[in-house]
Design a protein around this ligand. Structure first.
Ligand code: SF4
Length: 92
């Protein structure tokens, strides 16, 4: 099933599949995209506790990349214990 990409509150959400065909979502603004792999997420809540302005499990989209600086987001993504979160830098 193909899920359409969307834009919610200015955040572009892309649904991508990796080589194992696992579904990932990518939340992007101008310079950076946060990639979230639902299959790997352990729901530890580290991201929501560490940077609650961005990682908001009850909001849509749940990752709001425009609510912090790029460096704050990069630092928090690095603390994800499962590797479910990663960063992709956007180049033109
Ligand atoms: S820190 Fe990583 S594993 Fe924990 S809830 Fe966030 S995305 Fe999931």
């Amino acid at each position: 099933m193909k899920i359409p990409n969307s834009i919610v509150d200015g955040i572009s959400i892309h649904y991508i599949s990796d080589s194992n065909d696992q579904m990932k979502r990518e939340y992007k603004i101008e310079t950076v995209a946060v990639v979230w792999d639902a299959e790997k997420c352990q729901h530890s809540g580290n991201c929501a506790r560490g940077l609650p302005r961005v990682f908001r499990p009850k909001a849509k989209p749940w990752i709001q990349v425009d609510h912090a600086t790029e460096q704050e987001i990069i630092d928090q993504v690095a603390k994800c214990p499962s590797g479910a979160l990663s960063i992709r830098f956007l180049t033109e």
